[in-house]
Structure formats: structure tokens, C-alpha cells
Design a protein around this ligand. Sequence first.
Ligand SMILES: [Zn+2]
Length: 273
Amino acid sequence: MGTQLIQRGMQTGECGMRWNAERPDDIKTVHQAYRSAGCRLITTNSFGGSRSMLERHGLGGKVAEWNRQAAELASEIAGPEGWVLGDVGPFGDFLEPMGDTTAEELEAIFREQITALVEGGADAILVETMSDPGELCAGIRAARAVTDLPVIATYAFQKSAGTFRTLMGTKVAEAIAAAYAAGAAIAGANCGTDLSLADYLELAKEIVAAAGGRATILQPNAGVPHQVDGEIRYDATPEEMAELARALRTLGISIVGGCCGTSPAHLAAMAQV
Ligand SMILES: [Zn+2]
């Protein structure tokens, strides 16, 4: 969604949540493009929809309205066969002791957002791109508190000295175990920092091993980003992503998707296999 909104003119630092209210047809066009590509799960435009994120733009009062609209727009396009994942991204700060926010305060922030996503028709809650297991688990607990819908939880990993860790330093096995323990139905990874397609295969093995037979998810980027004329570009082709998708399924990943740089063409090729 982020990649697609940037292509449609979203500026750096702009509040993407605003588009749910002001450019709903653009949001629906993006959803339709992925649905038509064969995606059975589509993700609401609500990554930055928590009160703490919206307050950066002075728009904290819009949490309920814009998250509900985000879910409604996706629901209009998903159809009876499709699933709407109500998207919850990072709250934009650190939990105590690195930051000022307590786990209880963070759970309240997430409950407010998730309640609105459920009201708008989400079929599951996706807590994604998390670096801190404490934050991810607060998101899961918040979802469990307000709905019986399944919760999908994903981390952004990076590779340092040959080992996958979150930005906070947590390794895959520990991070994934924490997600299931907090009540996630499905756990895994999305996005990540400078991971190659080969890295995602290695990461998939660790996730499947950590899951111990439970359902897993992996949403890779379209390769390692690089800058061209001030723009961030992802170069993996649809064919390369299709090959990766097939390999991820073979390794036992339950749900395969795409994150940064994965256009409808990429997802169409992935859905084919
Ligand atoms: Zn991403």
C-alpha cells in the first residue's frame, strides 16, 4: 500500500491515513489491483493509524473515523472470497525503559485503533513491521481484548553478522515464540532491512522451525532497495518474486505476500505459482 500511494503522489512525511477520507477511490483502486492480481488477503491503509502516529500530524481525533473507513474501503473490494487484514503498524516510539510509554498505555492506543478496524469490517488483525517483541505483543493483546478475530503478527528483521535479529536485537526463535505466546494465530515476518531474496529463504527456515507446526507468514520486499535519482527503488522482477514465493511455500510458509516494492504485477506472478 505504501509503495502504491507513493506512486500516486504521496509525499514523504504526508499522513497516508488522510487518503482514506480524501482519496478513497485511489485506495480502492490499489485494493482492486491486488485483488485482481489474485491476492486473497488485502491489507487496509491504516499502517500509521494509531493515535500516537496521527497526533504527529495533529490528527489524533481521527483514529476512529479513518480506521473504520480504511476497513470499509478494503471490505468493499475484498468480496465474499477475500479477507481484509486490519493493519496496525508501529506506534512510533519506544516502550519503557527506552521510551516513556508503558505497555498498558500502548495497549490502550492499539485497542482504540483495532476497535475501529473491526467496526469497519476487518476479517483479521495484522500487527506488522514490529521491531520490539514487547510492542508486537501489546498489539496482539490489544486485539485479543476487543475481538475474537484471528491475529497475524509480523516482525521486520535485519541481518547482522550473519544472524537475523529485530532492530531491538531479538533473534527469530525468541521473537516468534513471544508472538504465539501472546495469542497470535499466525506469526512471521514482513519487510526488513536490506534483505536479499536469498536472505528471505534463510529467514523462512528459521520462522518455520520456530513455529513448531503453527501457521506462519512471510511478506518479503522486492529485493534490497537502492536510490536512483533520490527515489527508493526495488529491483526484483515478478518472475524472481514468483520463484521466491514457490520456494517459501516449499519451505512450509503458510501465507506468502509482499511488502515494499511488490507491485500488483509481482503479486500476480506470485499468486500464479
Ligand atoms: Zn516493507
